[in-house]
Design a protein around this ligand. Structure first.
Ligand code: HEC
Length: 227
C-alpha cells in the first residue's frame, strides 16, 4: 500500500525533480502515532497525510493518507524508505484536488541517523487551520486584500480579532460574529449556512466553500477549548 503510494507520487513529482524519471530513496525508519483532538474536524474531502517534504516546499515527495480512526489514534505506517532530499516529515492537510499542503499540523526534521519516532497529540481544529484552509484562500478577496466588505478583515493576523466577540454590522445581526462555544450566537455560521435575509451576497453558494469540511471545521473551532 505504502510502496504503491510512494511510486504514484514519485511519478508525479516533476516540480521537484524535473530531470529525473525516478526519485532515489534512502533507508530510514520512521514511526508515527498521532492522537487526534476535535475529531469532528477530520476531513472527508481534504486529506490529512503523513508525508516527506523538502525545505519550505508545500508539495510532498511522498505521503500516506490518514483514514479516519475510530479511536482517535492513527498509527502511520512505518516508512522504510523516503525519497532522497527529504528534510522533514510532516502531518499535513492537503488540498482537495492538488497534492499541495494547505496547513502543517506537525513538522519534524529528519535527522542524519535515519530514525524518527513521533508520538503526540494533534488538535484538528486550531484557528491557524481555519485561516489556512478557509479565510486566506477563499475570503480575503472581499474581506481583506480586495476591500473590506461589511468592515470585516479576514487576513492572517487580523481575522481572529475581527471575529471573536466582535459585533456584526448592526444592520445585519445583533449577534457577535463569533461567540466562542456558541454555534447559535455566532453570526459567521449563519452567514455561511443559512443565508440570512440581511446579507445580500449569498455566501452559501460560494463555489470554493466545502459544505462539509469547511463548515465542520468552523463549528469545531468555535466550540473547541483550544485557541
Ligand atoms: C464575493 C465577495 C465575498 C466573498 C468571497 C466573501 N464575502 Fe463575506 N461578505 C461579502 C459582502 C459584500 C458582505 C456584506 C453583505 C451585506 O451586508 O449585505 C459580506 C458579509 C460577511 C459577513 C457578515 C459580517 C457582518 O459584520 O455583518 C461575514 C461573517 C462574512 N461575510 C464572512 C465571509 C467568509 C467567512 C468568507 C469566506 C468563506 C466570505 N465572507 C467570503 C462579500 C464576500
Amino acid at each position: 500500500m505504502l510502496l504503491l503510494c510512494l511510486s504514484l507520487v514519485c511519478c508525479d513529482s516533476g516540480d521537484i525533480y524535473p530531470e529525473q524519471k525516478r526519485v532515489e530513496e534512502v533507508e530510514v525508519r520512521v514511526e508515527a502515532r498521532f492522537d487526534f483532538e476535535n475529531m469532528q474536524a477530520f476531513p472527508q474531502n481534504y486529506r490529512i497525510v503523513w508525508g516527506a517534504f523538502v525545505g519550505t516546499s508545500p508539495y510532498p515527495l511522498a505521503f500516506e493518507v490518514a483514514t479516519k480512526p475510530a479511536t482517535g489514534t492513527w498509527q502511520a505506517a512505518t516508512l522504510q524508505t523516503v525519497p532522497r532530499g527529504t528534510t522533514h516529515m510532516a502531518l499535513a492537510l492537503l488540498d482537495r484536488v492538488e497534492d499541495k499542503a494547505r496547513y502543517f499540523f506537525h513538522r519534524v526534521p529528519l535527522g542524519g541517523d535515519g530514525e524518527l519516532t513521533v508520538d503526540g497529540t494533534v488538535d484538528l481544529a486550531p484557528f491557524a487551520r481555519v485561516q489556512a484552509q478557509i479565510f486566506t484562500p477563499q475570503c480575503i478577496q472581499c474581506h481583506g486584500a480586495g476591500g473590506l466588505a461589511a468592515g470585516l478583515d479576514l487576513t492572517e493576523g487580523n481575522a481572529r480579532a475581527n471575529l471573536v466577540d466582535a459585533p456584526s454590522q448592526p444592520d445585519n445581526s445583533p449577534k457577535m460574529r463569533v461567540e466562542k462555544y456558541s454555534l447559535q450566537n455566532s453570526f459567521l455560521l449563519d452567514v455561511l449556512t443559512l443565508r440570512p435575509a440581511t446579507i445580500t451576497t449569498n455566501h452559501t453558494t460560494l463555489s470554493s466553500l466545502d459544505a462539509v469540511d469547511d463548515i465542520e471545521l468552523i463549528r469545531a473551532w468555535i466550540t473547541s477549548p483550544n485557541d
